[in-house]
Ligand binder design. Structure first.
Ligand code: IMP
Length: 425
C-alpha cells in the first residue's frame, strides 16, 4: 500500500488540487505538511467549485481522513471559516479532520507585522502571517495548537510575544498596537471549536502507514518557492519539497514510496522575484486569461511564461520524482508554436543548472527550443492516443529532457478530464 507525496515542481499553482483530488479516491488519509492558508487549491466537483486553503482537498471525498500536520502554520479563523463554508455546501467535517498538536498557530500579530514589513521588503507575500509565524517557530516563541488547550500557557505566550511585537509596531512601524485581552479571548473561543480536532498526528499517521493504509501527502506552493531550495528571498517560509513531508508530519523517509511532481504545461508565478521565461507581451495576457491564472488566495494576476526545463531539472533532482503529472495542457491549444527553455545564457556562459544567485536568475537570457503547436482542442481527452500529434510530441519532449515518466495528464478543470497513462499506485 503506497504512501505518495505530491509536490509542485514550479512556483506553485501547478494544479495540484485536482491531481490530489483524483488520487484521493484510492487513499485513506490525506496530509498537509507545510504552508498555511497562503495556499489555494481549486477543485471542481459536479460543477461546484471549491477553493481550499488549509484543509486537504481529500475532505471533499467521503470516508477520507484529513490531517493538518505539524509543518503547517494554521490560522484558526481561516480554518473555522473554511469549515463553515464546506459544511454549508453539505460536506461533513467531524471525525475526518485532525490537527497536529505541534502545528504552529498564526496569531493576529503575525499578520500585523507582515503587513508592515512587506512595505519595506516587498516579497509580494500573501499577507496571511505565514513568514512571521514560521519566524516565531524557529525563534522558539511560537504558539502551537496544543497551547490552545492550556489557557495559562496561551496567555503567557501572547503576553511575552506582544511585549516585543507591540514595541516594534509602535516604535518601528508607527502602527497600531494589538490588545492582549482581545487576542486571548478570541483564541480561547477558537480553541473550544478546534479542540476536538487536535491530536497526536504523528502517532495517527505512523499507525495508518503500519496498517498498510494508502496515504497521500499534499504539498502546497512549489519547489521554487522552497525556503532553502527556491529563489530566496522570493520564496515562502517553509520547505515545500518532498523532504518536507517527513518533517512536516513526523514520518521516516523510509516510509515514502512515491513522489509525484506536478508540472503545469507552462510556467506561472505570483508575487515578486526572478522569472526567466516570463512572457511580457499580449501572449502572456492571453495565457493568463485562458488558464484563469489569477491567485486563488489573493486574486492577484499570475505572471505567465514558457515551460522552463532548467527549473524543472532542479525540481526533479531535489525531490526525486518517481513520476510526473502534467496539468493544463489544454491551455496551450491553438498556439502556432511553443517555446521550451532548455538553458540560460548569462554573459558568455551557458547554464544548464538552476543558479542559486538571484542576480544571475534576474539577468540571464533563456535559451529556447521551439516546438510546433496544435490547433485541435485537448479539453476533456481521456485517452493518450487521442491527443493531437504535436501535443504528444510536446509531452514526449518534457519526458525525454527530464527523464521522468509522465503518468497523468490533466485536460481540463473537471474531475474526469484526465488521462492516466500509468497508474501511480
Ligand atoms: P507567503 O507564503 O505569503 O509568505 O508568500 C511568499 C511568496 O510565495 C510570494 O511570492 C507568494 O505569492 C508566494 N506564494 C505563497 N503561497 C502561494 C501559492 O499557494 N501559490 C503560489 N504562490 C504562492
Amino acid at each position: 500500500m503506497p504512501t505518495i507525496v505530491i509536490i509542485g515542481a514550479q512556483w506553485g499553482d501547478e494544479g495540484k488540487g485536482k491531481i490530489v483530488d483524483y488520487l484521493t479516491e484510492k487513499c485513506d488519509y490525506v496530509v498537509r505538511f507545510q504552508g498555511g492558508c497562503n495556499a489555494g487549491h481549486t477543485v471542481v466537483v459536479d460543477n461546484e467549485k471549491y477553493v481550499l486553503h488549509l484543509i486537504p482537498s481529500g475532505i471533499l471525498h467521503k470516508d477520507k481522513k484529513c490531517i493538518i500536520g505539524n509543518g503547517v502554520v494554521l490560522d484558526p479563523l481561516g480554518l473555522l471559516k473554511e469549515i463553515e463554508i464546506l459544511q454549508n455546501k453539505g460536506i461533513e467535517i467531524n471525525d475526518n479532520l485532525f490537527i497536529a498538536k505541534n502545528c504552529h498557530i498564526i496569531m493576529p500579530y503575525h499578520i500585523a507585522i507582515e503587513e508592515q514589513s512587506e512595505k519595506r521588503k516587498k516579497i509580494g507575500t500573501t499577507k496571511k502571517g505565514i513568514g512571521p509565524c514560521y519566524t516565531d517557530k524557529i525563534a522558539r516563541n511560537g504558539v502551537r495548537a496544543v497551547d490552545l488547550l492550556y489557557p495559562e500557557t496561551l496567555r503567557y505566550k501572547i503576553k511575552a510575544n506582544l511585549e516585543i511585537l507591540n514595541f516594534l509596531l509602535k516604535n518601528l512601524y508607527n502602527a497600531e498596537e494589538l490588545n492582549e485581552e482581545k487576542i486571548f479571548n478570541d483564541y480561547i473561543f477558537y480553541a473550544e471549536k478546534m479542540r476536538k480536532y487536535i491530536v497526536d498526528a504523528d502517532i495517527l499517521i505512523n499507525k495508518a502507514i503500519d496498517d498498510q493504509r494508502n496515504v497521500l501527502f499534499e504539498g502546497a506552493q512549489g519547489t521554487l518557492l522552497d525556503i532553502d531550495h527556491g529563489t530566496y528571498p522570493y520564496v515562502t517560509s517553509s520547505n515545500t519539497i518532498a523532504g518536507g513531508a517527513c518533517t512536516g508530519i513526523g514520518v521516516s523517509p523510509k516510509k515514502i514510496d512515491k513522489i509525484i511532481g506536478i508540472v503545469k504545461a507552462y510556467t506561472t508565478r505570483v508575487g515578486e522575484g526572478p522569472f526567466p521565461t516570463e512572457i511580457n507581451d499580449s501572449l502572456g495576457e492571453e495565457i493568463r486569461k485562458k488558464g484563469g491564472e489569477y491567485g486563488a488566495t489573493t486574486g492577484r494576476p499570475r505572471r505567465c511564461g514558457w515551460l522552463d526545463i532548467v527549473g524543472l531539472r532542479h525540481a526533479v533532482r531535489i525531490n526525486g520524482f518517481t513520476g510526473i503529472a502534467i496539468t493544463k495542457i489544454d491551455v496551450l491549444d491553438g498556439m502556432d508554436k511553443l517555446k521550451v527553455c532548455i538553458g540560460y545564457k548569462y554573459g558568455s556562459e551557458i547554464l544548464e543548472d538552476f543558479p542559486k544567485e538571484i542576480e544571475i536568475l534576474q539577468n540571464c537570457v533563456p535559451i529556447y527550443e521551439e516546438l510546433p503547436g496544435w490547433k485541435e482542442s485537448t479539453v476533456g481527452i481521456k485517452d493518450y492516443e487521442k491527443l493531437p500529434k504535436n501535443a504528444k510530441r510536446y509531452l514526449q519532449f518534457i519526458e525525454d529532457t527530464l527523464k521522468v515518466k509522465i503518468q497523468i495528464i490533466s485536460t481540463g478543470q473537471k474531475r474526469n478530464e484526465i488521462i492516466i497513462k500509468e497508474t501511480p499506485f
